[in-house]
Design a protein around this ligand. Structure first.
Ligand code: HMG
Length: 439
């Protein structure tokens, strides 16, 4: 990196979170599974997990997050020159989620549009690539829209089941990083091909070698941290808060213990666990509500810190660890912008949490059965609920989404909302168009 680039600031200018409309309490799941609820609540550290309905796939969550971001007048849509979606919940082997986002958010056609995949690292990878693109200056004045969107799903009754979840976090990346400036330290990354967690293309649920995956996560953390500390001379004490990729909150505790063991500035006063309560726990309250959101998890923690009711994170120095199974990982550093408190109640996180409805165990099973239909044979049709974008089903092997008219700065315009029935792609006009396109 040249001196000139180092002097320019880069990072996240604005951020918006969207969640599924429903959740399952982990105590309800534990009782249904014949497990002591204390294992899920305290052994894993979760409280609830977000459960998407059949009409809320990873595309819909991403489009909704982009909608909240842009409705907040965070950016003029014509200033966006790149859309990168970090995800491991792709809906098509060829067509990226970014392409749907690009159309539904009404972004300009002179735009680079693609998905970035490496398990939970995809969101961080996309953020880093977007930041490098902005700094590269190929399109002066242009910003990048980065969205991390995922639905975490394991088999019913499997050890991973209490670590499901879903979320999308949209971020505007540019040279006025009011949310988080990425500090220009040397990169501290780690890659190793391991079989710790994976999802074959013929499955809608992930497979994991759970205890091995925790070992791989900690090995990657150690490698990244040694690189970061070696190159910068910094210890863990240099950070006000530490954010770790959070498949379940107890993993962040295990990670923090390891980081403290390795830190050149020695163990923190009072020990690693007390330090975790002070510098990590405040970033985890939203993860405890959402569950694992794969590529979005780290950014749910960032939103949680900004939305923390008792913390003004303005100017805070953050250490962030991103891990993607498979594997690729990175330790990076950032500084929260000076007006952090302005983001309180503005990221969409609190509204999304407040608007959720609780599922019974039976409703959870029905909901996921219906969701999993999507991938079977292309015949799925969802009962699209609510307003705004929704996945309606598949027609002639094409995924059909209910759009809502987008007007810059005003959000999804309710006057132009159509009911699910009106918007149904399966009405005669739509269907014949679909049939031509598909024939
Ligand atoms: P498990 O094997 O059923 O759980 O599933 P366990 O027996 O290891 O128990 C978990 C904890 O609960 C333990 O605490 C127990 O002692 C405690 P620890 O010893 O670890 O501190 N416990 C209790 N506590 C209170 N009261 C009780 C009680 N009983 C037990 N009655 C496992 C755990 C993580 C393996 C499983 O959930 C799983 O397979 N999850 C999916 C994989 C995963 O999340 N891996 C994490 C690292 S990899 C990663 O983060 C990447 C990922 O996000 C994917 C991506 O990159 O895309 C997953």
């Amino acid at each position: 990196m040249t001196m000139e680039l180092r002097e320019r600031r880069i990072g996240i200018e604005a951020l918006a979170v969207q969640l599924p409309r429903s959740y399952l309490d982990l105590g309800v799941l534990a009782r249904a599974n014949g497990t002591d609820p204390a294992k899920y609540y305290f052994g894993l550290g979760g409280r609830r997990m977000a459960i998407p309905s059949a009409d809320e796939d990873s595309v819909v969550l991403a489009v909704r997050a982009a909608g909240v971001l842009l409705a907040d007048r965070a950016a003029d849509v014509s200033s966006i020159g790149m859309v990168l979606v970090g995800t491991e919940s792709g809906v098509d082997a060829a067509k990226p989620i970014a392409s749907y986002v690009h159309r539904m958010a009404g972004l300009p056609s002179d735009c680079r549009v693609l998905d970035v995949q490496h398990a939970c690292y995809g969101g961080t990878g996309a953020l880093r690539l977007a930041a490098a693109w902005v700094l590269g200056g190929a399109r002066p004045g242009r910003k990048a829209l980065v969205i991390a969107t995922d639905v975490a799903r394991y088999d019913v009754g499997s050890p991973g089941e209490p670590t499901q979840g879903a979320a999308a976090v949209a971020m505007l990346v540019g040279e006025e990083p009011r949310v988080l400036e990425l500090l220009p330290y040397p990169e501290a990354v780690h890659a190793a091909e391991v079989m710790d967690f994976w999802r074959p293309t013929y499955r809608s649920t992930a497979l994991a070698d759970g205890h091995y995956s925790m070992q791989c996560y900690l090995d990657a953390l150690e490698s990244c941290w040694r690189r970061f500390a070696g190159a910068t001379g910094l210890g863990a004490g240099a950070f006000d808060y530490l954010l770790y990729h959070t498949p379940f909150p107890k993993m962040a505790l295990k990670a923090h213990r390891r980081l403290c063991e390795l830190s050149p500035d020695g163990p923190p006063a009072g020990g690693a666990d007390a330090d975790w309560e002070r510098r990590v726990l405040p970033t985890l309250w939203a993860n405890m509500e959402v569950g694992n959101a794969y590529s979005a998890s780290l950014f749910v923690s960032l939103a949680g810190l900004l939305e923390h009711s008792e913390i003004d994170a303005a100017g805070a120095r953050l250490g962030l660890f991103s891990y993607g199974s498979g594997s690729c990982a990175e330790f990076l550093a950032g500084r929260v912008g000076p007006d952090a408190s302005a983001w309180r109640n503005r990221t969409g996180l609190r509204d999304a949490l407040a608007g959720r409805r609780e599922l019974t165990y039976e409703a959870y099973l029905r909901s996921r059965r219906s969701y999993e239909e999507q991938g079977r044979d292309g015949s799925f049709r969802a009962a699209a609920g609510g307003a705004g974008p929704a996945f309606c089903g598949t027609w002639n092997h094409q995924r059909i989404y209910r759009d809502a008219a987008w007007r810059s700065g005003t959000g999804w315009t309710s006057g132009e909302e159509r009911t699910a029935e009106e918007a149904s792609p399966f009405r005669a006009g739509h269907a014949s168009r679909g049939a031509q396109a598909g024939s």
